[in-house]
Design a protein around this ligand. Structure first.
Ligand SMILES: *Cc1c(COP(=O)(O)O)cnc(C)c1O
Length: 326
């Protein structure tokens, strides 16, 4: 298997700690947290691991501008804007302008500080036409003699997913240092690249762990086919010819609620509880929504037992635009 080139952007390896979220956790179960929110301050979260590969490919193509897209409070767009600035490159963000909350706060504010060019589009345009719009923006830059490189939503494609293939290898190394074997890894599932990278690594390296994704995007979405597509693309890049078994893909749709970025009062209460109990901040879009679900699953579902590793994928800047909801 050949792994693609990457550049160093993230502050890794990220530490793993015990994570005590409840007084009445089952006897046969221990929960751990991997702090991928420590990958950087401005770069905080999971996106930078994927960007290490995407941006490396962009630099190889001599890009001057990195074009990408996301929600108005996209963590991925903010990480891309910061990474581009740190490399002396430009960024152009296509943002879906449908936020329910203060749009000038959080990630969007930081995007502007990093000097990103921003184009706003409607939810409808985003859903149906974002790939074409990014191509048009790229063509505009090229008319002006600048090379541009397009990163898809969340950097969730074949190349980006190697970020979490590598993170999986990092976890294996940490297991031997810590003397703990994790039988399950739980992550938030959004655009799918994080899950896809972990799943592919687990299959290729035969790590024999359960990889569980909590969908926070859309309870009805066919998440699995998107994940398979990303993994197939990654296999092609890696020239990996062995068949991958997709039967163990496990996505829980029960906690997506009303959709992306929308959480009920129970999630906000749970984030407050966790902040007081653990001193760690979780966000209402991704990790807080997911942990509300993971806690329930651990309590009620015997599938969730043993040494469970939860990956904190970041999102702290997504807390501020929703502060009134707390
Ligand atoms: C993007 C994101 C995720 C989801 O990762 P995907 O690779 O898009 O599935 C989870 N948590 C946070 C904080 C994110 O920003």
């Amino acid at each position: 298997m050949k792994t693609p080139n990457k550049i160093k952007l993230a502050n890794t390896p990220t530490p793993i700690f015990e994570f005590n979220i409840s007084d009445d956790i089952k006897d046969n179960t221990a929960l751990y947290i991997k702090r991928d929110d420590y990958t950087g301050v401005e770069l905080s979260g999971n996106k930078v691991r994927k960007l290490e590969f995407s941006i490396a490919e962009g630099l190889e193509s001599e890009a001057d501008v990195f074009i990408t897209c996301g929600g108005i409070q996209s963590n991925h767009c903010r990480a891309t804007a910061s990474a581009a600035a740190s490399l002396g490159k430009a960024s152009h963000l296509l943002l879906r302008g449908d936020s329910v909350c203060d749009q000038g706060d959080g990630n969007l504010f930081l995007d502007k500080l990093f000097g990103a060019q921003i184009s706003y589009i409607t939810a409808e345009e985003y859903k149906n036409d974002r790939a074409n719009i990014m191509k048009e923006i790229k063509a505009e830059y090229e008319k002006n003699g600048l090379k541009a490189y397009i990163i898809p939503e969340g950097a969730s494609n074949g190349i980006g997913s190697f970020g979490y293939f590598d993170a999986y290898k990092e976890i294996l190394e940490q297991e031997s240092v810590l003397g703990i074997e994790f039988n399950m890894i739980c992550v938030t599932e959004g655009s799918g690249g994080t899950y896809a990278g972990l799943y592919m690594a687990n299959e290729v390296l035969q790590g024999n762990k359960k990889i569980v994704g909590f969908n926070i995007y859309d309870g009805e979405a066919d998440v699995k086919s998107g994940i398979i597509e990303i993994i197939n693309e990654a296999c092609e890049i890696a020239d990996y010819k062995e068949p991958i078994n997709f039967d163990s893909i496990n996505i829980i749709n029960d906690y997506a609620g009303e959709g992306y970025g929308i959480s009920g009062p129970e999630v906000f209460e749970y984030i407050k509880y966790l902040a007081k109990r653990t001193g760690i901040v979780f966000d209402p879009v991704y990790t807080g929504k997911m942990l509300f679900g993971l806690n329930k699953e651990i309590k009620n579902n015997d599938y969730f037992k043993g040494n469970i590793l939860f990956i904190h994928t970041g999102g702290i800047f997504g807390v501020f635009p929703q502060k009134e909801m707390f």
